[in-house]
Design a protein around this ligand. Sequence first.
Ligand code: UDX
Length: 448
Amino acid sequence: MKITVFGTGYVGLVTGACLADVGHSVVCVDIDEDKIARLRRGEIPIYEPGLESMVLRNVEAERLAFTTDAAQAVRHGVLQFIAVGTPPDEDGSADLQYVLAVAATIGHHMEEYKVVVDKSTVPVGTADRVQERISGVLAERGVELAFDVCSNPEFLKEGSALEDFTRGARIVVGSAAARVDELMRECYAPYNRNHEKMMFMSVRAAELTKYAANAMLATKISFMNEIANLAERLGADIEDVRRGIGSDPRIGYHFIYPGCGYGGSCFPKDVQALSRTAAKVGYNAELLEAVEAVNRRQKTTLFDKLSAAFGGDLQGKTIALWGLAFKPETDDMRDAPSRTLMESLWSSGAVVQAYDPEAMRECRRIYGERDDLILVADRVQAVRKADALVICTEWKEFRTLDAAWIRDQLRHPVVVDGRNLYEPEVMRAAGIDYYAVGRGKTLAEVTA
Ligand code: UDX
């Protein structure tokens, strides 16, 4: 099947590579000439396990091509995936200018029937706007051509995107035409082999499904963070509570890990966008607002604990930081809790000495060279001559920690763990002031 994918960002690239890998003929198109030139040279702009080799082998097999030539790209596929960015605008709504620009491009160049597939996460009602935009351009051209627009949201997690694409729980298609359903079924047939994963529904239901899924997951996390904060104040260990509630199959163990707040490209943006969508239809989404507020506050807890441990004075202190990415197996620092922490530390005159297995280049790109940011080659160098250690990301290599060793490295035996990686008793026995989330030493103990 011939497929065109607009946008070679995270979603577009994964979609294009995976669809080529099962034998489709895929053309990925982007307006960024430099990016396309690099992709043609085999340089993959993002870190995603398995993606580079998948792209290379499909380019080699001539099933996957990259171009900036929109006319040729539109001619190529019967399916035209739109996978361009929808960044938040000033009020947190998704900015649709890139999606609508692609719609116009398709309208401008199409010469026969096309199915336009919204893959980007877009507010409910966007498919209608894409439809209008294409119709408008066709009218300007004075041609009458049939096309359909459908919604096919992605549920990819960074770090396991290929696995999620090829073995996802469901393939949601929102459409209003049997012809579209047939073509989408053909497109995804290689991934729909052992049991029926395709779910056909209305366009609006598909659009809302994407937001509802992310908002539900974000809600679980914020809920758990709230209970963890309570547990600290009530003298309970959140790990016991987590196991206690997770064992109920109605609740389940997934996404109830308390931490230093969710980040990444989806949850913060999507929860906010759904709130704004609600407001636009006159509904006050109080729960969503609270989910967001709790998360914002959660990201400040690492700094609060650290600051309390040093009596409110971090001036001139060197703080070791393990983990910059918003989660392991990615170099993505969008809305990462590490950023909130670093920015607060810098405001209080502290120096950050950080290590992350993948995100250091990204960190440099965001913050540039500065005296109060030292990026080091490994976790050991990060703690050398540091006053305290903070953990922001649960990379595997941070999971083991020799408590006595870390105590001897640090000038002050203070460890603030935003991911609950260690046992409070072990740390306490080694003489470490160990602050975690909903367990370990609490702020109340410090201020008492
Ligand atoms: C998420 C969704 O999982 C995915 O389905 C959607 O398509 C895009 O958004 P992603 O942003 O890659 O994927 O990361 P995910 O693994 O879901 O983690 C999101 C954030 O939640 C991370 O910051 C993570 O640390 C945090 N998290 C997750 C918790 O704090 N506790 C948990 O129990 C789970």
